[in-house]
Design a protein around this ligand. Structure first.
Ligand code: FAD
Length: 416
């Protein structure tokens, strides 16, 4: 399906009966050059960049449910590149640059909205840490502004600045951060990949790997066996379960993360705001709903729903920085499965099994990484060497003592 002004006008005048499905529903072939497991944001972006940037189009993306049924359609849509460590910041800034051109690139409205991300600081030590992070961001070519209390007050007068426990002492502001319509990202990448010849096969669960003499030759699925020269796993919260079928145990735990949306309100939140003393973040959708979230549920789970103690905890965080949120009615909430790695950073790497590749460990920050993750995974699959911005995301980094512990919290996956 291609779009143009003429097409919109014609369809508008003829009852909108000529629109075609945005991607095909092909039957699986018996063999492909590359099989990607998982049609989430990262799998679809990988297929798109494989076809567009590296000319590899004999590709299938296999999805056990429907396209976008995982975290790509469940996240709170925040994009930012406000990282500290050299293993992370250039990668996330690369992603930010890809976001900035994405809609023109795949000719699809993904509602990329650079309305800014504000991290609130509540102590002198936190202000110093923000200054350090902001400098690291600027050294990597990103944008960062250190704000004092008055500058934050001007931007967000409704915050509780004099809360006795969490007074607001300033903030770190990234103007180029913001939000993107998450489903549209999946649809745009799917359309772009499909139009270049990639087969996107829904309702096709990968149930095993065909491993012969240490080399992966294909996958077993609920729709039969499919051979492949390369198999690229990209299943986010299901990483542990899927890689176990290849006999691998990953440095990843799966946890539930919940998200919440209020009733529609008049515009009040200028961008994304995060609470610096607890775990709470909020933005406002174009429809007016306050979109917010907080901590993981804290126990290991593969369920896509959470429990009430975290609802209470998230609401407490919201009330601590903006008590007016207590007047808003909650409209809906849901959960997604997070692939929490031991140091909070992801993996884009080959495995010890020939022809089998792995992308995962995105914790609760993988949406913003979608374009760069797809690009770098495609680069690895096409050239068999890591993209320079993703060179640190190796599976053996724990054995080598080369962790990328962005938050300095150690091997505590539920805290990253
Ligand atoms: C509530 C919530 C809020 C979040 N907020 C943010 C945010 O604001 N900003 C941010 O950057 N990140 C956020 N995230 C994290 C982000 O959504 C994820 O890190 C990212 O989407 C994961 O990559 P993905 O899109 O490829 O995953 P998914 O969309 O989960 O894709 C994986 C796919 O693999 C499929 N699959 C699994 N097993 C198999 C199998 N055996 N065979 C075939 N297919 C299989 C699944 O069905 C799924 O469709 C949030 C996540 C949640 C749940």
């Amino acid at each position: 399906m291609r779009y143009s002004l003429l097409k919109i006008l014609t369809e508008g005048l003829t009852g909108n009966r000529g629109w075609q499905p945005v991607w095909r529903e092909p039957e699986p072939e018996t063999a492909y050059d590359v099989v990607i497991v998982g049609a989430g944001g990262h799998g679809l972006a990988t297929a798109y960049y494989l076809a567009k940037e590296f000319g590899i189009t004999n590709v299938a993306v296999l999805e056990k449910g429907w396209l976008g049924s995982g975290n790509i359609g469940r996240n709170t849509t925040i994009i930012r590149s406000n990282y500290l460590l050299p293993g992370n910041e250039p990668f996330y800034e690369f992603s930010m640059k890809l976001w900035e051109d994405l809609e023109q690139d795949f000719n699809y409205n993904a509602m990329v909205s650079q309305r800014g991300v504000l991290n609130l600081g509540h102590s002198d030590a936190q202000r110093d840490a923000f200054a350090r992070r902001g400098n690291a961001m600027r050294l990597a070519g990103a944008d960062a502004v250190l704000l004092d209390t008055e500058a934050v007050r001007e931007m967000c007068p409704f915050l509780d600045f004099d809360n006795a426990r969490f007074p607001i002492k300033g903030g770190l502001w990234q103007p180029r951060g913001g939000t993107v319509r998450h489903d549209a990202v999946a649809w745009g990448y799917a359309r772009g990949a499909d139009s270049r010849g990639v087969d996107i096969i829904q309702n096709c669960e990968v149930t095993g790997f065909q491993i012969e003499n240490g080399i992966c030759r294909g996958v077993e699925t609920t729709r039969g066996k499919i051979r492949a020269r390369k198999v690229a796993v990209c299943v986010a919260g299901s990483s542990g379960r899927v890689m176990a079928k290849a006999g691998m145990r990953l440095p990843i735990e799966s946890h539930v993360l919940q998200a919440f949306v209020s009733e529609g309100l008049k515009p009040v939140i200028p961008g994304v705001i995060t609470f610096g003393a607890g775990h709470f973040y909020v933005s406002q959708s174009d429809k007016g709903g306050l979109v917010f979230g907080g901590d993981l549920d804290g126990y290991n789970s593969y369920a896509q729903r959470g429990n009430l103690p975290v609802v209470e905890d998230v609401c407490e965080g919201g009330m601590a920085i903006m008590p007016m949120i207590g007047r808003a009615r909650l409209l809906r909430m849901w959960g997604g499965i997070m692939d929490m790695s031991m140091d909070g950073s992801p993996f884009i790497d080959k495995t010890h099994i020939g022809g089998l590749y792995f992308n995962g460990g995105w914790c609760y920050g993988g949406f913003k990484a979608t374009p760069a993750s797809g690009f770098c995974y495609a680069h690895l699959l096409a050239r068999d060497e890591p993209h320079p911005t993703a060179a640190a995301y190796r599976l053996d980094r724990f054995r080598r003592g080369a962790m990328i512990d962005e938050k300095g919290q150690g091997a505590q996956p539920n805290l990253h």
